[in-house]
Design a protein around this ligand. Sequence first.
Ligand SMILES: [Zn+2]
Length: 327
Amino acid sequence: MAKVTTVLGPIDTSKLGFTLSHEHVLTSSACFRHVYPEMLDRDLAIKAAVRLLGEAKKEGLNSIIDCTPMDLDRDAALLEEVSRKSGVNIVCATGSHLYIPRTFYETMFPWMKPMSPDRVADLWVREVEVGIEGTGVKAGIIKVSTNDPIRPPEELMLRAAARTHLRTGLLITTHTPMRSRVGLEQLRILKAEGVDLTKVYVGHVNSTLEADYHKRMADQGAWLGMDHFHPAGAPGTETWEERTEFIAGLIKDGYGGQIMLSHDWNVGFHARRHPPAADGEKDTHPDGYAWIGRAVLPKLRKLGVSERDVKKLMVDNPRRYFDGAGK
Ligand SMILES: [Zn+2]
């Protein structure tokens, strides 16, 4: 039986159930919670996450993949507590987002050389095999992010992710920018490193609605992360309804076996110590982690997507993705 590492330890992949493939519990910047503790209330964040995950759980949610690496201020102990209190499985990430520690790549003086991908992988493998920051919580997925075009430090991270994968068998999940086809370039580099592309999930690809792009990635075996879903959406980009119609089209074309859905949301709004209302902010995502179940899935059904295909997106595909983990 294949296993997946959650923040509470390994579970059988059959226990994943209804899974959101790219979420966050809480994100900020590396060290933010230590330097400016007055800005984010950790207890409020835990309370909000437990409440909102609990609400979604009542409607079927069972697991989330939390794609928050250290440069988004990952807090492994917080994830552990939220998982325990909410009853939702959380898989947490090693790797990096776009705020790559400069120590990895700085070359300001002639004696400075970028770190090798293998040296970075040593650090990430420790988070997989030993644990994160002394908590004993182990990473269950490798996150890696790039801009478009891919910058040299980002390529270093991609290669480090590949080597961490080859050494641990953990799967890779990526961030791509909106309106970009850089997922193909990410796959090219990972493949050159020897990664079997069925082990790679390319994230945020429903922020680029060009079916030939998605099909070229899926035809190489990669998973398609349709994980930018927000009721209000980013200004100037396709609405959630348009994104949903696009997914229904891909399913009709036979790609339903390689698609996963998620919000890419976090509870940061609920954890601000300064009252958000004072800044004129409004919660534009009141349904939190339950929103896809409440809005996107009913819309897919209305578009003629079968119950079997809906189950594929939310249950079978995440399980099959993790069944592919291993060296
Ligand atoms: Zn994200």
